[in-house]
Design a protein. Structure first.
Length: 328
């Protein structure tokens, strides 16, 4: 589906300005330890559930990490991606979100927290905490999660389609999408490193293998040997086969993603696009040298904190949902 770029920019900018001015006037900010007195065991409860789940189903780490991004880039980090719609018109029903999984894990954490400290912890904060916990569970970095978000009450299928950056985005669209949300070019390339875990359907990159410009050609930015390997897994028009985004390291959070992209083996157009900007290209080449000399883990935690502040509801805004999939 084609998206009118001017409408996309207008909608995104409007959401950002409304949320920014509202939060500024509210005078509330997120902080580490927001639930220190009201729900002191919130982080322990989340971690114990996540560790148990990932030990049994490690493939859930990537979609649960992605869920935080998919939430924050539409209406801000307000838990709106979790809401159900009886007519299938919520964010989770939008095409970019159909591959999200793990909602039941968010619900499991919420149920445990409602038992321990009812009506206190927002679903938006649970999404942020779980994103950190699954990253740690697959040997990635830890960071201090700021909390104090409130839950939104609106979830719209069209807004998700307009505001989530697609895997075929070029470097200009990527930079604009991040900058509109107060995130830097560095944040863009750092958070792209989350593709070190997870899988994708062939449909997300099939055009790069068979019909890149509509003439039956391949994407020249991809390594030809990588194209051969991908074609073996993904026949033309394949919509269902799953492929590892970071082959050989799909269940371990590390810096190998940057090594692959530098070798022109980024699975998505948006991955390859990082080579089209001097700042992103310089960062990925530096981070791909070796794991121990890399600043990727430190940078990732910092960028996740920044993303977690996007258009948040705080103070008396929004609500604390009793059930994450529906408003009170």
């Amino acid at each position: 589906m084609a998206i009118n770029n001017s409408n996309y920019l207008l909608i995104s900018l409007t959401f950002f300005l409304i949320a920014f001015s509202s939060n500024h006037a509210n005078g509330e900010v997120l902080k580490v330890g927001f639930y220190h007195k009201t729900c002191p065991h919130v982080e322990l409860i989340s971690k114990e559930i996540v560790d148990d789940v990932i030990s049994r189903v490690p493939s859930l780490a990537a979609p649960l990490l992605r869920m935080h991004y998919h939430d924050c880039f539409v209406r801000g980090c307000d838990g709106s991606v979790l809401l159900d719609s009886p007519t299938k018109q919520a964010e989770k029903d939008s095409i970019p979100n159909l591959s999200l999984r793990g909602y039941q894990i968010i619900d499991k954490v919420k149920t445990a927290l409602e038992k321990s400290c009812p009506g206190i912890v927002s679903c938006a904060d649970i999404v942020a905490l779980v994103a950190r916990d699954v990253t740690v569970a697959v040997k990635g970095p830890s960071w201090e999660v700021e909390t104090g978000r409130r839950d939104g009450s609106v979830s719209n299928i069209t807004e998700a389609l307009f505001n989530l950056i697609p895997p075929f985005a070029n470097i200009t669209s990527l930079k604009q999408g991040f900058l509109q949300r107060g995130l830097s070019v560095k944040d863009l390339v750092v958070l792209s490193g989350s593709h070190t875990i997870g899988i994708s359907h062939c449909s997300s990159f099939n055009n790069r293998l068979y019909n890149f410009t509509g003439k039956g050609d391949t994407d020249p930015s991809l390594d030809p040997n990588y194209i051969k390997n991908l074609k073996k897994k993904c026949p033309p028009n394949d919509q269902n086969t799953l492929v590892e985004m970071d082959p050989g390291s799909v269940r371990t959070f590390d810096n190998s993603y940057y090594k692959l992209v530098a070798k022109r083996r980024g699975l998505f157009t948006s991955d390859s696009a990082l080579l089209d900007d001097s700042e992103t290209k310089d960062y990925l080449k530096k981070q791909g040298i070796n794991q121990y000399g890399s600043t990727f883990f430190k940078d990732f935690g910092e960028s996740m904190v920044k993303m977690g502040r996007v258009q948040v509801l705080t103070g008396n805004q929004g609500e604390i949902r009793k059930v994450c999939s529906r408003i009170n």
